[in-house]
Ligand binder design. Structure first.
Ligand SMILES: NC(=O)c1ccc[n+]([C@@H]2O[C@H](COP(=O)([O-])OP(=O)(O)OC[C@H]3O[C@@H](n4cnc5c(N)ncnc54)[C@H](OP(=O)(O)O)[C@@H]3O)[C@@H](O)[C@H]2O)c1
Length: 291
């Protein structure tokens, strides 16, 4: 895999390509997301990651409209809220997301979390029904690619063994603390692109001594080391920032390479473990923080 710039891409198992770094938008309200996405597109980002649970799809959608970029150049991802699993609810929730984004089609739509509180006692059936709605939307051409998020091997097995289409993407937590070797090997075997959320450990990367040492060694920032660490592990990072200068910094990672030895050194941070709960712990819906 060779990445030269922000528009270099990963290829999915259906032939669709996806720009190799996405701008994350979690914890941005609509107004902030509107400004950040406009600035992100201005500095060269073409891949934007949002979710119904971020309550900012309308701001993202306004920015896309105003950016003046050909829609075909952009890659827009959203995710199904945990409260909307199930066949019919998924179809409705997708239409609502598309409306909020003011789009005719979505590039990637993901099941946000595998096991939800409401259906935890029948989560296998729930995953199958929900995925079948994703397949319908995909076959109708409303979504260019479909995938999942936070799925462990046991959850991916449910889809692969019981439905028509293998997910094209699995968006998981990935950063020097969480490298998920076994899950990534499974995804590689099934030709599933791995996207990495919280690539900067939600800001905690800046406190880690090994990363500081690497940043000094390569004369780069800690954020750039983390983003490069993801790319060199064949993971598509989704760094979030509301600052234009940091957007540029986070995308300026195509002119250096971390050595194999240093990749191993950074991987030692996996001993610190993940942020938040394992995805087999059921989750419910999220409240809109601005209400
Ligand atoms: N699928 C899921 O379940 C899931 C879960 C979590 C996240 N995500 C996605 O992944 C994206 C990224 O994850 P995340 O938002 O949790 O965290 P992250 O990208 O690991 O870290 C974001 C934090 O780092 C700061 N930051 C960014 N660039 C920086 C730089 N160059 N220098 C210094 N600080 C910097 C940001 O602050 P400023 O904004 O102030 O710059 C923010 O506090 C999310 O936004 C979302 O799109 C998905």
């Amino acid at each position: 895999m060779k990445f030269d710039n922000l528009t270099s891409s990963f290829s999915m198992n259906n032939g669709v390509t996806i720009p190799c770094i996405g701008l994350g938008t979690w914890k941005m309200n609509s107004e902030i997301a509107h400004k950040a996405v406009l600035e992100g597109i201005e500095v060269g980002y073409r891949h934007i990651d949002t979710a119904a649970a971020y309550f900012n799809e309308d701001g993202v959608g306004r920015a896309i409209k105003e950016a003046g970029i050909d829609r075909k150049e952009l890659f827009i991802t959203s995710k199904l809220a945990n409260t909307e699993h199930g066949y019919n609810k998924t179809l409705n929730a997708f239409d609502e997301s598309l409306n909020r984004l003011q789009l005719d089609y979505m590039d990637l739509y993901l099941i946000h979390w595998p096991v939800i509180e409401e259906h935890k006692d029948r989560y296998k059936e729930d995953i199958i029904e929900t995925w079948q709605a994703f397949e319908k939307l995909y076959k109708e051409g409303k979504i260019r690619s479909i995938g999942v998020s936070n799925f462990m091997i046991e959850h991916l097995d449910i889809i692969i063994n019981n439905t028509d289409l293998v997910p094209m993407v699995n968006q998981i937590q990935f950063n020097p603390r969480v490298i998920e070797e076994e899950l990534r090997a499974y995804c590689k075997q099934h030709n599933i692109v791995v996207e990495g959320w919280s690539p900067l450990v939600q800001g905690q990367a800046f406190e880690l001594e090994i990363l500081n040492t690497m940043a000094e060694k390569y004369n780069r920032s800690i954020a750039q080391i983390c983003i490069r660490f993801a790319l060199q592990n064949h993971v598509l990072p989704l760094p979030k920032t509301t600052h234009k200068d940091r957007m540029i910094e986070n995308a300026s990672v195509f002119d250096f390479e971390i050595s194999d030895e240093d990749m191993k050194e950074i991987s030692k941070l996996k001993a610190l473990g993940r942020l938040g709960s394992e995805p087999n712990i059921p989750r419910g819906g999220q409240q809109n923080p601005s209400k």
